[in-house]
Design a protein around this ligand. Structure first.
Ligand SMILES: C[S@@+](CC[C@H](N)C(=O)[O-])C[C@H]1O[C@@H](n2cnc3c(N)ncnc32)[C@H](O)[C@@H]1O
Length: 242
C-alpha cells in the first residue's frame, strides 16, 4: 500500500491547472476562428500560456508522487547519522522527513513540529500525520508537537540535527524567517547540523546561519530534474564548543 504524503500548495496547483485548461481552450478556439477575427491573434499566446501552466501543474503532481521521496533521501544523506541522534523536523506536514529519519534510528528520537496550515499541504491535519506514523510503524520513535518555527518550545542545544523542507518560506516576512533560522541554531547542539531545503530565500537562510556563527554553510542546487518548483538545500554546521 502506498502512503499519501500530501500535495504541496494545493490551491496553487488547482489554479495552475485551471489556468492551463483555460489557456489551452482559448488557444484552440483561436485556431478555429477566421484569421481576421480579433481573438484569433491571441491563439499563440493562449496556447503557450496553457501549455506552460499545465506543465507546471503536472510537474507539481510528479513531485508530490515521486520527486519528494527522492529529495527527502537526498536531504537525509547530507546528515552523517549514527542512529542514536535526536532529530527535529520543522514543518513536518505528513511526516515526510520525520518518518525516513526515524527508520534510520536505532536508539535516538525524532521530534516533528508543525502548525498544520491548510494552504500549505492537502488535507493538512495532525490526525493525518499520526495515521502516517502508525502506518509506517514509527509512532514509537517520533513525537509530534504543534509548534511554530519562529518559537521552538525546546531547550538550547537539545538536537543533534534539524531538517526542514518547504516550510520556512511560508513565514511571509524576512524578520520572521530570520527568527526561525535563529531558533534552529539555538536548539542545535555544538557540532550539530541543519539541512534546510526550500524553493526560495535559501541564500538568505545561508547568510542568516553565518550571522548566527554557523560554519561550513553551503548552498546546493537548485535541483531541477525531480522537484518542482526547483529546490535548493542549505547545509549548516554549528561549531563545536572550544
Ligand atoms: C509544503 S508543506 C511541506 C511538508 C513537509 N516538510 C514535506 O516536505 O512534505 C509545509 C509545511 O510547513 C508547515 N508550516 C508552515 N509555516 C509553519 C510555521 N511557521 N511553523 C511550523 N510549521 C509551519 C505547514 O503547515 C506545512 O505542513
Amino acid at each position: 500500500m502506498s502512503i499519501d504524503y500530501g500535495t504541496d500548495a494545493p490551491v496553487t496547483l488547482r489554479n495552475l491547472a485551471l489556468a492551463g485548461v483555460a489557456g489551452l481552450a482559448l488557444g484552440l478556439v483561436g485556431t478555429a476562428l477566421p484569421r481576421a477575427h480579433p481573438l484569433s491573434r491571441l491563439r499563440t499566446a493562449s496556447l503557450s500560456a496553457g501549455i506552460g501552466f499545465s506543465l507546471a501543474a503536472g510537474l507539481m503532481v510528479v513531485y508530490a508522487r515521486v520527486g519528494k521521496f527522492r529529495h527527502r533521501d537526498r536531504m537525509l544523506a547530507m546528515l552523517p547519522l549514527r542512529g542514536d541522534e535526536h532529530i527535529l523536523d520543522v514543518g513536518t506536514g505528513r511526516g515526510l522527513l520525520a518518518v525516513a529519519a526515524a527508520r534510520g534510528l536505532t536508539g535516538g528520537r525524532v521530534v516533528a513540529i508543525d502548525i498544520w496550515n491548510a494552504e500549505d499541504l492537502s488535507d493538512n491535519r495532525r490526525a493525518r500525520t499520526e495515521e502516517v506514523l502508525r502506518l509506517e510503524g514509527v509512532s514509537d520513535r517520533v513525537t509530534l508537537e504543534e509548534a511554530d518555527a519562529e518559537r521552538l518550545p525546546f531547550a538550547d542545544g537539545s538536537f543533534d540535527a534539524v531538517v526542514s523542507n518547504l516550510c520556512i518560506h511560508n513565514i511571509y516576512n524576512a524578520p520572521g524567517r530570520h527568527e526561525a533560522i535563529g531558533e534552529i541554531v539555538r536548539v542545535l547542539r555544538p557540532g550539530g547540523r541543519a539541512v534546510i531545503s526550500d524553493y526560495r530565500h535559501t541564500s538568505d537562510y545561508a547568510r542568516y546561519f553565518r550571522e548566527y556563527g554557523m560554519t561550513a554553510v553551503e548552498e546546493r542546487g537548485p535541483y531541477l530534474w525531480d522537484v518542482f518548483p526547483p529546490l535548493s538545500i542549505v547545509v549548516a554546521t554549528k561549531p563545536t564548543a572550544s
